[in-house]
Write a protein that binds this ligand. Sequence first.
Ligand code: PMP
Length: 418
Amino acid sequence: MPPFPRGVGALSQRVGAIPEALSIWMNQIVYDLRARGTDLTVLSLGEAFFQIPWFGLDSVDADRANHYSSSRGLPELRAQIAAYYAREYGSVIDPDRELLITAGSKMAIYLTLLATLDRDDEVVIHEPAWLSYPEQVRLADAVPCLVPYDVDVAELPSYFGPRTRMVILNNPNNPAGRMYDADELRALHRACRERDVELLVDEAYSDFVLDAPFVSLGAVAPDRDGATVVNSLSKNLGVSGWRIGYVVARAELIDACLKLNQHLITCAPTVLQLYLARHFEALTAATLPQARAVVEKRARIARAMERLGLSHLGGSSTFYFFVSTGDYPGSGLDLAATLLLDDGIAVVPGSAYGASTERFVRISIGTEPEERIVAALERLRSRLDQRLPDPVPAAERLRRAGFTPFERARSTVTAAGR
Ligand code: PMP
């Protein structure tokens, strides 16, 4: 890769090597189109909208709320989160030594990577992979090794090389909705331990499950030996804008994350932590049934997809589907641009989730009513049936419509070799 030119105003190699977040770029266009008055069916947002009780910020102590607080996270919120993990997932956490709260699980993952990886270490990531994993790995000067979606999780260890330091799994998975069970997690953790590889499981959608109980890595590896969990209140409590996420790991790793958190964040917003700690029980009591209801809605939408002959990767959790574009002649990005500009339907192109997933689009059923989702799927079906290549590529179409094209990075995704 040729180096960036240096000089006044030059940007770093590091930032040049990563693309924008494709899903966030797509949703920015959605906000802009809406601001122009366009009616859109939004299947691109990475969240589910809940009815959330509001207790008012008057319910917290203003003298504390206005100031910095513990870099580990407010003790009373750590205690609530630990109690939640014990009650819901049977995973016992020491809230004083094994838990750190930070500004969203995005930051929780990044702190863990920075605390674990050295330059050129490799991180094995199972596709379809949430789009920030590889880019955060690159930002930590390490190398993401993406394993194609059709490889079974049991095969991941065969991708380990001498520099493999970590595996990242998302359970349940965004964008497929697939859940990894206790046997799969146990076998993978054992294989990781044998090779001194850390296992990081992102459990951001842990309450969006229905058919089988969710298994936390913490329940499978209670000694936390090489086993780190990240989670967030963004999805489970429906408060993505609050930016509260957390890491659960052995005490030494938490202490390392704490140092980084002190320099990068100081603390997650005190006022929000106070509020969440105060109302945690009431909020989870209100949102947990709604999370389950979204997964039931997903099951109904799955039946509609079957009727329409739309195929998607296996999985019954979360509020996402990873839908195959079948014989559509263009890329996933071309299809997404056509759906957006011609049909008023926003989806995320599959290329956001790996090198093997170009011929998919992600749809989220979390924010639109069922009838509108089904109508959009019917439209998607007829687009796929049309088989007409769009004469103008997506980037050009979007540019003509007045949007900045998606900025690709100079480096490409690294596919793992066995
Ligand atoms: N992990 C996964 C799998 C996600 O989908 C998201 C958000 N889309 C996050 C982590 C980040 O969530 P937050 O930073 O809001 O906690």
